[in-house]
Each structure stands twice: as structure tokens, then as C-alpha cells.
Design a binder for this molecule. Structure first.
Ligand code: TIU
Length: 233
């Protein structure tokens, strides 16, 4: 029986059993985080997301050291674009559309360089990668099946962008009964005001969608629960 971890969070303490938790790293793809990708094609300054990488890496390292479950997601489409709705393709009249060639290959298209996860947070063997056609990670994927088959009840969410794919995923997860903690320093938005509002909405009303915490508080809680200070299991 695993020991419960108790994390300082808002609106109140978040507790989880490590055997029932998954760290979900949402869409840390070159297309959102690096220049020349989908995020930039929509007119965004992608450098605003870079600060999320280091704290997420620290959490990822801890989960890997503890052999806890890690899941990565990637937003994107089949090479023939048969799973791309015209509404998504055309919305916003972007400078480059999904499927068109950019500096990192075809935008948000599976198999392209831009679609893949940034090297700093690249999945390792044994970690699940979910390819998703939408913003939420549950829509059109087998994420729920994988989580339930693995006995997971708690999700710790990181990723980009806060008010788009992270928020959609958190809401989908909450409606399915998963207890979600978003790590505020491990998520980012192109819009500071949307970042703040999304996190405020999430934890308001007694945690209507879930909890908000920091990577530091999570790591402190994990280390406090481990007599060897997290260095070994
Ligand atoms: N545009 C934007 O902020 N985000 C997305 O299109 N996808 C994700 O958030 N992954």
C-alpha cells in the first residue's frame, strides 16, 4: 500500500496515492513552444512558454526516479488530414494552416518535426504518448481507457497552453471523476491574463474543476513523504 502524499495547494490540500496518480504533460510540442510552428502561425510570441520547461523537467525527473506513471500528449492530425475538421483548419485565418509546410515541417501533422515533443521533455521508454485531434486529451483518444485500466484516479497536469489544451483536458478529466492538480509554474499561455483567469476559474468555488499548486510544493511533499528525501524508493 503506497503512502499518501499531501501537497500544499489551493483551494486546499491535494492528496494522492502514488500508485493511482499520473503526471500528464500536455502538448509540449515544438509547434507550440518553438519559433516557426503552429503557435507562431497564429500570431503568438512563443517565447512566453519557455519558463514552463525547467520546472516541468524537475517534476518529470522525480516521477521517473520514483517509477510513477507519466503520460504525454500531442495535438495533431493524420498525414491525410482526414481527422481535421474544416472549422479547425480555417479558424482565425492563420498565416499557415494545419498540414501546410512550415520551417519544422507540416504544421500539427503527425510525423513532422514540429509535431513532436521538445527535446527537454522528450518521452522515454515506458511512457505513454497520446495523439489527440482536439484540444482536450480525452476527445477522440484512448486516454480514459488507459487511465482506468491502470487504476489511476488522480492526474497532475502540466503543459501548454493553460486556457486551451490544459483547461479543456482538466474539464474533461473532472467530468470523468479524476482529481486534478494543475502545477501553475509548469503551465503557460501566450496571454498572461488568460493564464491567470484559467487557473482562478479552475480552483474557484471550492475547487470546482480541481486544485492549483506549484512544482516546488509537489516536490517538497514527495520528498517529505520519503525518509530518504526522495533519493531512492
Ligand atoms: N492556440 C493555443 O493556445 N493552443 C492550442 O492551439 N493548443 C494547445 O493548447 N495545445
Amino acid at each position: 500500500m503506497s503512502k499518501e502524499i499531501r501537497v500544499h495547494a489551493e483551494p486546499y490540500e491535494y492528496t494522492f496515492d502514488p500508485s493511482r496518480v499520473a503526471l500528464v504533460c500536455i502538448d509540449f510540442q515544438r509547434d507550440f513552444v518553438e519559433a516557426g510552428g503552429f503557435g507562431e502561425s497564429l500570431g503568438n510570441d512563443v517565447s512566453t512558454l519557455r519558463g514552463t520547461i525547467e520546472p516541468t523537467r524537475a517534476v518529470l525527473d522525480k516521477f521517473r526516479a520514483e517509477s510513477w506513471t507519466v503520460i504525454h500528449t500531442r495535438e495533431g492530425h493524420r498525414e491525410d488530414l482526414s481527422d481535421l475538421f474544416p472549422s479547425k483548419r480555417d479558424r482565425g485565418n492563420p498565416s499557415l494552416r494545419i498540414g501546410e509546410e512550415g520551417p519544422m515541417g507540416r504544421l500539427l501533422t503527425r510525423g513532422s518535426k514540429g509535431h513532436d515533443i521538445i527535446p527537454e521533455l522528450y518521452p522515454i521508454e515506458g511512457e505513454t504518448v497520446i495523439d489527440k485531434p482536439g484540444k482536450g486529451a480525452f476527445y477522440g483518444t484512448d486516454l480514459e481507457t488507459i487511465l482506468r485500466a491502470g487504476g489511476k484516479t488522480h492526474l497532475i497536469l502540466t503543459g501548454v497552453t493553460t486556457e486551451v489544451c490544459v483547461q479543456s483536458t482538466a474539464r474533461e478529466a473532472n467530468d470523468r471523476g479524476f482529481e486534478c492538480l494543475i502545477l501553475s509554474d509548469c503551465t503557460g499561455s501566450y496571454f498572461p491574463e488568460f493564464y491567470r483567469s484559467a487557473l482562478d476559474m479552475f480552483k474557484a468555488q471550492g475547487g470546482i474543476v480541481g486544485w492549483v499548486g506549484t512544482s516546488k510544493d509537489l516536490l517538497n511533499a514527495v520528498n517529505a513523504a520519503n525518509p530518504e528525501n526522495g533519493e531512492s524508493k
